[in-house]
Design a protein around this ligand. Structure first.
Ligand SMILES: NC(=O)c1ccc[n+]([C@@H]2O[C@H](COP(=O)([O-])OP(=O)(O)OC[C@H]3O[C@@H](n4cnc5c(N)ncnc54)[C@H](OP(=O)(O)O)[C@@H]3O)[C@@H](O)[C@H]2O)c1
Length: 334
C-alpha cells in the first residue's frame, strides 16, 4: 500500500510516497481501507515543527529532533472495514467507519489498523466519506473544551477565529448547546458563520471585539490573538477563556490569572477520548454538527493540500480522497 512519509521537518516538499505492507489486524483490531483523510493544522505543525511560541524544545522532545518520530501524519480517516480481529464483534467487513487517531497519527495511508474499542464509529449514513473524515479534529477538540468549561444553555459565547476547522466546530457546537454565539472572522466569511448558527458576526479586520460593551460567559480563541489580558474586560464574572491556541507563557500564567480574577482560563491540549467520536456521530446523524469542507484533493496531490493548509486561512477542513489501486494502475500503464 502507499503511505505518505515525512522525511524531515520542513515544507510540503519533505513529504514522499512510499510502499509499505498492508498491516494485519491484531485480535482486537479492525483493518480499514481508507477512503478519505484530512490535512489539518496539527499536520502542518508537526511537519514543519511550527509550534506556538515557547513550545519548541518541548515539541522536539515529544515529537522528534530532526524529523517526526511518527513519520506518517494524519489524524482523521473514513473508510471501509475490510478485516476484523478474532475478538472483534462491534464491526464486520463492509462496515463504513470514521476514526480519530489524534496524536497517534498514521492516517495518510491506504490501509490502517485501529483498535476496535478506540475512537472509531460507524459512518453516519448520510455523510460522504469526505465529510465523515472531517468530523473529528475540530469536533473532538471543542467537545473537550466545552466540557471543561461546563458550557450551559443561555450563555454568551464568542469564538475568535470562527472559520477554521476548530472555529466552525466551536460555532456549531455552542449553538447546539443552546448558547448565544458571536463569531469573529473576516467580513467575507460572515455568511458562512451565520449559516453555522452564529447569531452575530464581528468583522475581525474593522472591529475589536474586546473594545465592545458586551460581556461573554465563554470566549474561545482558536487564532492565538485573544490572551487573557485582552479578553478580561469583556469576560463576565465567572467567565471562562478557552485558549485552544496559546503560547507557553500564556499557558503557564493561566492558573495565576484564574486565581486572581475568578475567571477561569482553560488551555492545553484537548483530551483524546473515544467517547467524543461516538458523540460526534450522534450529532452528525441528527445534523446538529456537520463538518465544513474547504477543499478536497486527490491522494496524489497531498503536497498541494499541505501547501493550502500552510497558508492558515482555510474555511473548515481540507480533505484528501484516497483511491487504492489507482496509482498502481497509472504506473503500470506507463
Ligand atoms: N489545544 C488543542 O488541543 C488544539 C487542538 C486543535 C487545534 N489546536 C490549534 O488551534 C489552532 C486552530 O486550529 P484550526 O485547525 O482551526 O486551524 P485553521 O483551520 O487553519 O483555522 C485558523 C483560523 O484562525 C483564523 N485567524 C487567523 N488569524 C487570525 C486573526 N488575526 N484573528 C482572528 N482569526 C484569525 C483564520 O481565519 P482567516 O481565514 O480569517 O485568517 C482561521 O479561521 C491551531 O493553531 C492549532 O494548532 C489546538
Amino acid at each position: 500500500m502507499r503511505a505518505v512519509v515525512c522525511r524531515e521537518f520542513g515544507g510540503p516538499e519533505v513529504l514522499d510516497f512510499c510502499e509499505r505492507p498492508i498491516p494485519q489486524p491484531g485480535p482486537d483490531e479492525i483493518l480499514v481501507k481508507v477512503r478519505a483523510t484530512t490535512v489539518n493544522s496539527a499536520d502542518w505543525r508537526l511537519r514543519s515543527m511550527s509550534l506556538p511560541p515557547g513550545f519548541g524544545p518541548l515539541g522536539r522532545l515529544a515529537f522528534g529532533f530532526t524529523r517526526p518520530r511518527n513519520p506518517v501524519l494524519g489524524s482523521e480517516l473514513a473508510g471501509d472495514v475490510v478485516a476484523v480481529g478474532s475478538r472483534v464483534s462491534a464491526f464486520k467487513p463492509g462496515d463504513a467507519v470514521f476514526a480519530f487517531t489524534g496524536s497517534g497519527l498514521g492516517c495518510h495511508v491506504e490501509y490502517r489498523c485501529l483498535a476496535a474499542n478506540g475512537a472509531v464509529a460507524l459512518k453516519p449514513p448520510d455523510l460522504s466519506y469526505a465529510q465523515a473524515a472531517a468530523l473529528s479534529f475540530g469536533g473532538a477538540t471543542m467537545l473537550d473544551f466545552y466540557d471543561r468549561a461546563a458550557l450551559r444553555a443561555g450563555e454568551r459565547v464568542l469564538v475568535n477565529g470562527a472559520t477554521g476547522t476548530v472555529g466552525t466546530a466551536a460555532v456549531q457546537l455552542a449553538r447546539h448547546f443552546g448558547a448565544h454565539v458571536t463569531a469573529v472572522c473576516r467580513q467575507e466569511r460572515a455568511d458562512l458563520v451565520l449559516s453555522l448558527g452564529a447569531h452575530r458576526v464581528i468583522d475581525r479586520e474593522s472591529q475589536d471585539f474586546a473594545a465592545g460593551s458586551t460581556a461573554y460567559d465563554v470566549i474561545v480563541d482558536t487564532a492565538g490573538t485573544a490572551p487573557f489580558a485582552r479578553c478580561a474586560p469583556v469576560l463576565a464574572p465567572r467567565g471562562r477563556l478557552l485558549l485552544v491556541l496559546a503560547t507557553l507563557a500564556e499557558m503557564l500564567r493561566s492558573p495565576w490569572n484564574t486565581l486572581r480574577s475568578g475567571k477561569r482560563v482553560i488551555a492545553g491540549p484537548a483530551a483524546e477520548r473515544a467517547e467524543y467520536v461516538h458523540r460526534l456521530r450522534d450529532l452528525a446523524c441528527a445534523r446538529h454538527f456537520l463538518p465544513v469542507i474547504d477543499r478536497t484533493y486527490p491522494f496524489d496531490e497531498i503536497r498541494a493540500a499541505h501547501e493550502h493548509v500552510d497558508r492558515g486561512h482555510k474555511a473548515g477542513s481540507v480533505v484528501v480522497e484516497i483511491e487504492p489501486g489507482l496509482w498502481k494502475t497509472k504506473a503500470s500503464a506507463r
